[in-house]
Design a protein around this ligand. Structure first.
Ligand SMILES: Nc1ncnc2c1ncn2[C@@H]1O[C@H](COP(=O)(O)OP(=O)(O)OP(=O)(O)O)[C@@H](O)[C@H]1O
Ligand SMILES: [Mg+2]
Length: 406
């Protein structure tokens, strides 16, 4: 009987991972709370449960395991480390501890642990009132970043500068935190990198290494809106080495070992600083598409192997090539969508790998306030990063999402 992998999330970005697991000959069980989740259709078996409902998913997995043993559990394109570690613990599967999942789910606990372990993080403080925010401003000066300790997708993440209404900002950030808790950090200037590593006891490697593009920092201020990213990185080899070393040290400090680790790192004036280290696979098509297209590394296959407790070969995770891959997002003017260009034609343009459109005629588009409000994206490939960026930007210019003031 083939081994069985429980995949948490059947969302659209999980499809490549579900497909990869099936191609590995695995029996794939997909968990999702929405019957419409497209990944469910690819699954050998389905469990309908909210991916955030830790106890609910554990109970459903135990019931399933009575008829067919489960050999591994993994999340694909979903930020649910507590669900994954809960199932792993309950069924005795490979995985991270509940403590690590908790550290990865709370940005304040995470920064405290990283600081204790000597990993560079921005100056940070919990804030329980707008007076605390004012104290932080007078102590540290601008710019600062305020964020919910337990949200995602940059919801409620604000760059505080002169002129931002602190009462409003605090209230907004609190409203985006499930537990109503927020923190402030020093804003670290410098190039931002997304990293994705495999971290084992005896070795670690970071085949995922993508420069993030924050050209809209001023345009959408105080919101911190990313506009895609590209690889190979423009960082000098010694800087890239330092960023990778910091990412791996952060993963180890949080107990992310025997698993994959996804980092947001800034190369600040004094060296790499950790903004976040997640105990899961990346979303945003990074682990599923950008890493394999750019480097030839089968990152999802390695992650699935780790989840099953199989050995992974370090040589398989070393980049075989450095091809240009770029993502850019669509930022139409806010309003009601009146027209969308010829997407099918754009998809056939040279180097265009994937276009995802999240809006159609009649939908309303707001000013982007977090990464879940994107109107869509294009991913393009090229010989190098400049060519890939150029091809992606050409699609952005001709995407033709027209809006009229609502
Ligand atoms: N202190 C900081 N200095 C510089 N940039 C920051 C800082 N904090 C956050 N950012 C930028 O804003 C992004 C979003 O912040 P953060 O990761 O804390 O929130 P999130 O909700 O987890 O968002 P995402 O899901 O996009 O990672 C970061 O990935 C980073 O690019
Ligand atoms: Mg983050």
């Amino acid at each position: 009987m083939s081994e069985t992998l429980l995949v948490i999330s059947g969302g659209v970005e999980a499809i490549p991972g579900i497909q990869r697991a099936k191609d590995m000959g695995l029996h794939v069980v997909v968990v999702d709370g929405s019957l419409a989740a497209p990944g469910l259709a690819l699954a050998d078996d389905q469990i309908i449960a909210s991916t955030y409902d830790v106890e609910g998913v554990i109970a459903a997995a135990k019931r399933y395991a009575q008829s067919r043993p489960i050999d591994g559990v993994i999340a694909m394109a979903a930020d649910v480390p507590r669900t994954v570690s809960g199932v792993a613990e309950a069924l005795g599967l490979p995985g991270l501890s509940r403590e690590t999942a908790d550290l990865a789910s709370d940005k304040l606990l995470m920064k405290e642990r990283l600081a204790e372990e000597g990993v560079a993080v921005p100056w940070f403080a919990a804030v329980a009132s707008v007076d605390d925010v004012r104290s932080a401003v007078s102590e540290r000066g601008y710019p600062l970043v305020m964020k919910p300790v337990d949200s995602r997708g940059a919801r409620g993440v604000l760059r505080l500068t002169e002129g931002v209404d602190l009462d409003w900002a605090y209230g907004h950030s609190v409203s985006q935190s499930p537990s109503g808790r927020v923190m402030v950090e020093e804003f670290v200037p410098g190039p931002q990198v997304s990293t994705e590593s495999v971290v084992l006891d005896s070795w670690a490697t970071t085949p995922g290494f993508i420069d993030r593009n924050y050209e809209h920092l001023e345009r959408y201020s105080p919101w911190m809106i990313e506009n895609g990213g590209q690889q190979p990185s423009r960082l000098a080899p010694e800087d890239a080495r330092a960023v990778k070393d910091t990412a791996v040290a952060a993963a180890r400090a949080l107990g992310i070992v025997g698993w994959t680790a996804k980092g947001d790192i800034v190369l600040g004036p004094d060296g790499p600083v950790v903004i976040e280290m997640a105990a899961r696979l990346s979303g945003g098509w990074m682990s599923s598409d950008q890493i394999p297209l750019g480097t030839g590394v089968d990152f999802l296959g390695a992650a699935a192997s780790l989840a099953l407790g199989r050995d992974v070969d370090r040589a398989d995770l070393e980049p075989r090539q450095q091809r240009g891959v770029a993502i850019r997002y669509f930022f139409p003017e806010p309003g009601r969508v009146t027209a969308v260009g010829d997407i099918e034609r754009l998809k056939r343009e040279l180097g265009v790998y994937r276009i995802g459109l999240a809006v159609g005629v009649g939908d309303s588009v707001d000013t982007p306030t977090d990464h879940t409000k994107r109107a869509g994206f294009v991913m393009a490939i090229g010989r190098d990063s400049a060519e890939a960026v150029d091809r992606a930007e050409r699609v952005v210019e001709s995407i033709g999402i027209e809006t009229a003031p609502a």
